[in-house]
Design a protein around this ligand. Structure first.
Ligand code: FAD
Ligand code: MLT
Ligand code: ZN
Length: 576
């Protein structure tokens, strides 16, 4: 990536700070060298070639799918052991007439082509057979149709931006999809308290853009921000890349509005920071994945927006060094640390294939033309990469902190190579080398995703163990197309103890799935980890909840579901 400030190692004796765009080769062999990210202010005066990069949102995760939605196998065929509950009513023309009367003709989707986007998930792994999707505009309309469904034993799938990664957002059989896409207004914002009240169908990035104008930030950020809805975020208790800084939605969501399975409107949209009267019911909906009701409104606390941010992208020689670097970042960058993400080299190889450009740490000796499109060859041999974001209110102070941190980690040998962004476009580009992994992982046909919490020291062991396991089973080859698996990659939110283990396949198949499950879950259980750190249970992990929750917990969860939804109409075949 030309134009990025390259971190340079230079002999200790001289001043540490020097801007450089020189390649890794020029310093990698300097013994006892000292890290330098350059005199940052001076560096920014360099003549940096600005690239025509769009903001993060423009990375269109949906247009680069590998399979057309029609090619996706029906969930009911892929998983014939899951049977349709015969107690659920099949939709009739009378039902459609009722929905049209309640919502207006245009908000009742029955066209087969149009229904595809409601039936097929983002991974192109699950495909339902819903014959109708509803798009109510108000909470009263949601209530009306949900009440009708409950009375008539019609199963429902609540849907947001349909970016979920566990098959929770699409029907398994012919459940009615209720999308909150038409409920997409900001209701109010209090500039003093930072409390935002909004409809569940607001796209997360739109919420953040609204807040940016007010000097605030949405306390959550993730790769699907341009497509996912805030209601979906709350329903999945999404974590994302800034949880490290802003904490979980269990802390920032102050209130909710939701339609319960019998049509009752539950409203706790108040904006109280403190309220110790009775059970904190809203918490139940956070992470309930559409099984307790349809979230229609959210009240959320939004912190002040940092004025400056910067991103460093580093190459490291071992997973131990990743951990050491995280420890150092937490203690040295402290209050300005806003993200610490890690990815293995294999993940970066996938990203390079998707993005179609040379890696940010490719040496200057790499001649992009000679790669002839083989951008994977530009990814340096470091087994691990780390993206660090700092954000604060004083540029000089933040830069100084980042600079001193980078000096220390390079001096101590924890970090071997790196680059620092010099403007927003470069920041966005560096982020792409992390966030594009989700999409890139399915570039060869599909991806089995495992999103686990583990003790930090054990995180990468799981990737190696699973790779060995699949190799022993003779299922894996990067080049032999007769093998179903292309590679096993690992990346994630290391600061949160959250690994994304992705098994990249040429196609979805039972052979691979049976090799992976319950094997992966057993490995996670061994370390008392969680089989779902952030994506949820959905359809994929419904049967595996017991690897993380004990029988008492399971009993209470099932009781809770029965209490809220005795007929079981809300997102059946998922979660519990
Ligand atoms: P959907 O996919 O539509 O639904 C997800 C679940 O919530 C379903 O069970 C659905 O029934 C339920 N649901 C949706 N809306 C409602 C509602 N209004 N009321 C009740 N239930 C509802 N997740 C993370 O945690 N961290 C990440 O870093 C992250 N990065 C991602 C990056 C990419 C590229 C993609 C594709 C996904 C990523 N995800 C991540 C997955 C994540 O779950 C979603 O992106 C997001 O939170 C889901 O929102 P959505 O509106 O798309 O919900
Ligand atoms: C991420 O952190 O990139 C997301 O959780 C999505 C994924 O795992 O691909
Ligand atoms: Zn994640």
């Amino acid at each position: 990536m030309s134009g990025l400030l390259r971190i340079q190692l230079r002999p200790q004796a001289s001043g540490l700070l020097r801007a450089s765009e020189s390649g890794r080769a020029s310093f990698a062999h300097v013994a006892k060298a000292v890290a330098s990210i350059g005199e940052l202010s001076g560096a920014r005066m360099c003549n940096i070639a600005k690239k025509n990069l769009g903001p993060r949102r423009r990375f269109d995760y949906f247009s680069r799918g590998i399979a057309t939605k029609k090619e996706v196998t029906l969930t009911s065929e892929m998983y014939p052991e899951t049977k349709r509950n015969p107690a659920f009513k099949k939709i009739t023309t009378d039902d459609i007439d009722f929905f049209k009367k309640a919502l207006g003709d245009k908000q009742v989707i029955t066209d087969v082509e149009e229904l595809e986007k409601y039936n097929v998930d983002w991974m192109a792994k699950y495909r339902g057979q819903s014959r109708v999707a509803l798009r109510p505009k108000t909470v009263q309309e949601v209530s009306k149709v949900v009440k009708y469904c409950n009375e008539n034993m019609i199963a429902i799938v609540p849907q947001g931006g349909n970016t979920g990664l566990v098959g929770g957002s699409v029907p398994v059989f012919d459940e009615v999809v209720i999308s909150v896409a038409n409920m997409n207004k900001v209701r109010s914002f209090d500039e003093t308290s930072g409390i935002l009240k909004l409809d569940a169908g607001v796209i997360m990035e739109d919420a953040d853009n609204f807040l940016a104008k007010k000097g605030h930030i949405f306390p959550l950020d993730l790769g699907a921000k341009g497509s996912c809805f805030v209601g979906g975020n709350v329903a999945t208790n999404a974590g994302g890349v800034r949880l490290l800084r802003y904490g979980s939605l269990h802390g920032s969501v102050l209130g909710l509005e939701a339609v319960l399975p019998d049509g009752t409107i539950y409203d706790s949209m108040h904006s109280l920071r403190k309220d110790n009267t009775g059970y904190d019911l809203k918490q139940l909906f956070i992470g309930s994945e559409g099984t307790l009701g349809i979230i229609t409104g959210i009240s959320i606390l939004c912190p002040g927006r940092p004025k400056f941010s910067n991103v460093a992208f580093l190459g490291l020689d071992s997973y131990e060094k990743v951990q050491q670097t995280f420890k150092a970042a937490r203690s040295e960058l402290c209050e300005v640390l806003s993200a610490f993400e890690f990815m293995d080299r294999r993940s970066e190889v996938f990203s390079s294939r998707l993005l179609g450009r040379a890696h940010p740490l490719a040496g200057e000796d790499v001649d992009v033309d000679s790669l002839k499109g083989n951008y994977a060859a530009s990814v340096p041999e470091y087994p691990f990469y780390v993206l660090i974001e700092v954000a604060g209110s004083s540029k000089e102070h933040d830069d100084e902190k980042l600079e001193s941190f980078l000096e220390n980690v390079m001096e101590s040998g924890e970090v071997s190579d790196g680059t620092v962004s010099q403007d927003e476009a470069q920041m966005a580009e560096l982020w792409e080398w992390r966030e594009s992994i989700s999409m890139a992982a399915k570039i060869d046909g599909g991806v089995y995703k495992y999103d686990v919490s583990l003790p930090q020291s054990k995180i990468y062991d799981l990737v190696n163990t699973v790779r060995e396991h699949l190799t022993e089973k003779d299922l894996l080859s990067a080049t032999d197309k007769s093998k179903p698996i292309v590679d096993v990659i690992g990346y994630g939110h290391i600061g949160d103890g959250n690994l994304h283990l992705n098994v990249c396949v040429r196609e979805y198949s039972k052979v691979v799935e049976e090799a992976l499950e319950p094997y992966v879950y057993e490995q996670v259980q061994k370390y008392h980890g969680s089989i779902s750190a952030e994506h949820g249970l959905g359809f994929q992990k419904k049967h595996a909840i017991q690897y993380t929750k004990n029988p008492v917990e399971l009993h209470l969860i099932r009781d809770m579901k029965k209490h809220f939804d005795p007929k079981g109409i809300m997102n059946p075949y998922k979660y519990v």
